[in-house]
Design a binder for this molecule. Structure first.
Ligand code: S3P
Length: 432
């Protein structure tokens, strides 16, 4: 249960970036040498990737410090797994592993939980088949479980129909050991952690606007310090800006420009100096800063176009912010939300309606009329981690008590979320 605390103050850190964590495990596993990774996310999604990589023969030893792992690279010689690989709830694990396994000279089967088994896989299966991959799946090879019989691949030139870092990374992973270059044309920029990590590991990806060219090559392991996840920090930024008596500092947050759409959106909503970057620095090739958020009155804004892929995971919590903004917020061009862990347009709208929000779903987004208040009620994460945490933020701002069913879903990306919430609100709020 969550209620509205008198104040929201404190300094916290958030888990390591989930996207970078997946890539650090996968890419170091197929590189030569060994690497120590610190700050790895402990979320269930990254644990799924780690378990799959171990089943493929990767040596990943956990250190004494939480989030520290040592990876002994296999130099791309993975081994046939003895059982089905389970990606759990993680779309990133499944799509990136498809690209990796398409070229491995053995058979593997990838599955996931019921949410993941209903998410579209044709976006990776189609281009990988074009590269020569042999992939079978349910519903005409569009849904997991997927069976991959790996073999030799050829590079392709491919125009991506959706701006997706998962698709881009999957094709690049396949392209690493393909014959010939792989050229991708993206409809809009998406997160570029794979490109950055590949370059740091010795394979250059040439980018030219929205196009990129990858030459096949082998990788060298690199030590990495994973920065804090801006997608996790976003919950505290919205809570800090919208609570009337708040001052929150989130330390060590990764600010890769392909991820900072949430900061731009909150600025467009009038956050001004109440949302500030402190102590800006570069860690492991990624820009990092501490983020301060304190109480202010936000105003409605129009959020759409090329910013969407750079804010996609933060849109549910942005909808919460919009409930407390003056005026109307319109989120458009975000139809991708419909194929996330849940249909996040439908689940965000349905659950915020339960708390009294003035919100409507549109085909590709939402329209939210700020009322300046929400009322505590029983609502449901629908098993979606980002919805669980967005509803918790709504509960911190709402009058009365909010009970969130299946609140434990938060642990998919943020296992210590409820402790952070208790710390900032100065209460021992129980997990709903
Ligand atoms: C991710 C990319 C995004 C994002 C997901 C993580 C990644 O998905 O929503 O949480 O690590 O590449 P898409 O690239 O499919 O939009």
């Amino acid at each position: 249960m969550v209620s509205n605390p008198d104040s929201l103050t404190g300094v916290i850190s958030v888990p390591g970036d989930k996207s970078i964590s997946h890539r650090a495990l996968i890419l170091n596993s197929i590189a030569t040498g060994s690497a120590t990774v610190t700050g790895l996310s402990g979320g269930a999604d990254v644990v799924s990737t780690m378990a799959c990589m171990r089943a493929l023969g990767s040596e990943i030893e956990e250190g004494n410090q939480p989030g520290t792992v040592k990876i002994n690279g296999s130099g791309s010689a993975l081994r046939e797994p003895q059982d089905i690989l389970d990606a759990g709830n993680s779309g990133t694990s499944m799509r990136l592993l498809c690209g990796l396994l398409a070229s491995q000279d053995f058979t593997s089967v990838l599955t996931g939980d019921c949410s993941l088994r209903s998410r579209p896989m044709s976006r990776v299966v189609e281009p990988l088949k074009e590269m020569g991959a042999d992939i079978l799946g349910r519903k005409g090879d569009t849904l997991a479980p997927l069976t991959l019989r790996g073999g030799s691949l050829r590079g392709i030139e491919y125009t991506m129909p959706v701006a997706s870092a998962q698709v881009k990374s999957s094709i690049m992973l396949a392209g690493l050991s393909a014959q010939g270059n792989t050229i991708l044309h993206q409809p809009a920029p998406s997160r570029d952690h794979t490109e950055r990590m590949l370059s740091a590991m010795g394979v250059t990806v040439d980018t030219d606007g929205l196009s990129l060219t990858l030459r096949p090559g082998s990788l060298r392991c690199v030590d990495l310090a994973v920065p804090g996840d801006i997608s996790s920090a976003a919950f505290w930024l919205v809570a800090g800006l919208c609570h009337p008596n708040a001052n929150v500092l989130v330390t060590g947050v990764g600010l890769n420009p392909s991820r900072t759409g949430i900061l731009e959106a909150l600025q467009a909503m009038g956050a001004g100096n109440n949302l500030a970057l402190k102590n800006e620095r570069v860690v492991g090739g990624e820009p990092v800063a501490d983020l301060m958020a304190r109480s202010c009155q936000l105003k409605g804004a129009e959020i759409g176009g090329d910013i969407i892929p750079r804010i996609i995971d933060e849109l549910p919590v942005l909808a919460v912010a919009a409930c407390f903004a003056e005026g109307t917020t319109v989120i458009r061009d975000a139809a991708e939300l419909r194929v996330k862990e849940t249909d996040r347009i439908q689940t965000t709208v349905t659950q915020l309606l339960r708390l009294g929000a003035d919100i409507q779903a549109t085909e590709d987004g939402m329209v939210i009329h700020g009322t300046g208040s929400l009322t505590g009620a029983v609502c449901d994460s629908c098993g979606d981690h980002r919805l669980a945490m967005s509803l918790a933020v709504a509960g911190l701002l709402a009058k009365g008590e909010t009970t969130i069913l299946d609140a434990g879903a938060a642990s998919v990306s943020y296992p210590t979320f409820w402790e952070s919430l208790a710390q900032l609100s100065g209460t021992q709020q129980s997990q709903a």
